[in-house]
Design a protein around this ligand. Structure first.
Ligand code: ZN
Length: 444
């Protein structure tokens, strides 16, 4: 029986239903699960001082394209809208292979881990030159984060009126067969699962209606979740109206793409009827505020979604459109955007942190994660608030309002992944070198 006691935290932000925050408190971890939370706990196992620190649940990232960490700040894509940005980047992504997928995924996951993330989803929708979902799953296993990879896909190339070049699209029967393969090989439905696989055609503008419908049938047959991009910007909505004769929400509902086992990225342009549809059906949203700002897509109606009862989590989105993958920074950005649109009292720092923890857990169907409570999995972020960026802070909300933006320590399923601000599982310096070497090769 392995025990670790996190002792003497300045504050434990539990994120329970009542929003309890415990001062001078301990968290006891036993066999990967939170065994107790409170003051004066003892153990015969390892003691880990959390003095001067805030402990939060590990943050949960609900939308990413990890492969894009190799294409940050690409000239020509820096200032474009969504469709123009995609057209710039598709030919570069077409050069990727298994090594690029593995290394870029590790780089993205390390960046996330250092910003407090213990569970990330990923949306990989292109598989050039022998790349497979397996490459990113192997990368996450080494880094030590919990991982929800989704088997994405594109099937409508330029010659069929879609956006991606024909070289990056796959045959639909091959896509569905590979979905079955990766679900059977990697998906774990049990509580505490380290890997859960989802099915995720890229977007309504890059796959057929048939594939959307068949993907939903397959996911329900296999008991896995569904994910895609929806209503990201005005171009996206215009495409839906012109091509399908309806708004994105209607399209999703008609094809079986609503329900508690579905989450959609962005949803910047959902109207009141669509918000109501999402709330009634339990459909989740991955809100990606930095990416939405970077691509000028707009401000997602998160306040209205939350008030209507929609499950909303946060996503850093791919690093070609953020270009940072800092999840606590994303919480701050979510808070700021709702304030600039709706007023200073319309998104508190604590609510933003709730989106990043409980919100993400609800969106990804993980009632075993997202809060610090007995029986939940021991995914914990420890933030050192004794540094200069926290100096002078009066309240635990400073974590979102002021900083720090990097964790001191991170535990996933009770295993320490970050210690003293450094990765304990992978050699970050060597990884950075390899990543930069691959990026240079792509530039050439
Ligand atoms: Zn995306």
């Amino acid at each position: 029986m392995a025990e670790t006691l996190l002792r003497g935290a300045k504050v434990v932000v539990t994120m329970d239903d009542a929003g309890t925050e415990l001062a001078s408190a301990d968290v006891l971890i036993r066999d990967g699960v939170i065994a107790a939370v409170g003051q004066g706990l003892t153990t015969t196992g390892t003691v880990h001082s959390a003095a001067g620190c805030v402990i939060t649940p590990g943050l949960i990232n609900t939308h990413h394209h990890l492969y894009q960490t190799l294409t940050r700040a690409v000239p020509g894509g820096q200032d474009a809208l969504l469709f123009g940005w995609l057209r710039t980047l598709y030919p570069i992504w077409a050069k990727f292979g298994p090594e690029e997928m593995f290394i870029s995924a590790q780089a993205g996951l390390v960046e996330l881990a250092l910003s407090g993330c213990t569970l990330s989803s990923d949306h990989l929708y292109l598989y050039p030159n022998g790349a497979r979902l397996d490459d990113t799953i192997a990368a996450a296993a080494e880094v030590g984060l919990r991982f929800h990879p989704t088997r994405g896909a594109m099937s409508i190339g330029e010659s069929d009126g879609g956006l991606p070049p024909d070289a990056l699209v796959e045959r639909e029967d091959a896509i569905l067969n590979d979905c079955i393969r990766v679900i059977d090989a990697f998906h774990d439905p049990r509580p505490g699962a380290m890997v859960r696989v989802g099915v995720a055609p890229c977007s309504p503008f890059s796959v057929s209606t048939d594939l959307m419908r068949n993907a939903a049938l397959l996911a329900r047959d296999k008991g896995v979740m569904l994910h895609t991009h929806l209503a990201e910007n005005d171009e996206d909505v215009a495409y839906s109206l012109e091509r399908f004769g309806c708004r994105p929400g209607q399209y999703a509902e008609d094809l079986g793409w609503t329900g508690p086992d579905v989450w959609h990225a962005h949803c910047v342009k959902l109207d009141a009827g669509e918000i109501d549809l999402f709330a009634r059906s339990g459909t989740g949203v991955a809100h990606c505020p930095c990416s939405n700002c970077r691509l000028g897509s707009g401000i997602a109606p998160v306040r209205a979604m939350r008030d209507a009862g929609v499950n909303v989590g946060l996503g850093v989105d791919g690093s070609a459109s953020n270009d940072s993958g800092n999840l606590i920074g994303e919480a701050r950005q979510a808070m700021l955007l709702q304030r600039v649109q709706n007023g200073a009292d319309k998104m508190s720092a604590r609510e933003a942190l709730r989106l990043a923890t409980r919100g993400g857990a609800a969106v990804l169907g993980r009632d075993d994660l997202g809060q610090i409570a007995t029986g939940k999995r021991a995914d914990l972020a420890i933030w050192d608030v004794s540094g200069i960026e926290s100096a002078g802070s009066w309240d635990a909300a400073a974590l979102v309002l002021a900083g720090p933006t990097r964790v001191r320590d991170l535990f996933v399923e009770g295993r320490q992944v970050v210690g003293n601000g450094r990765m304990l599982t992978v050699d970050t310096a060597a990884l950075t070198l390899r990543q930069n070497r691959l990026a240079r090769a792509l530039m050439d």
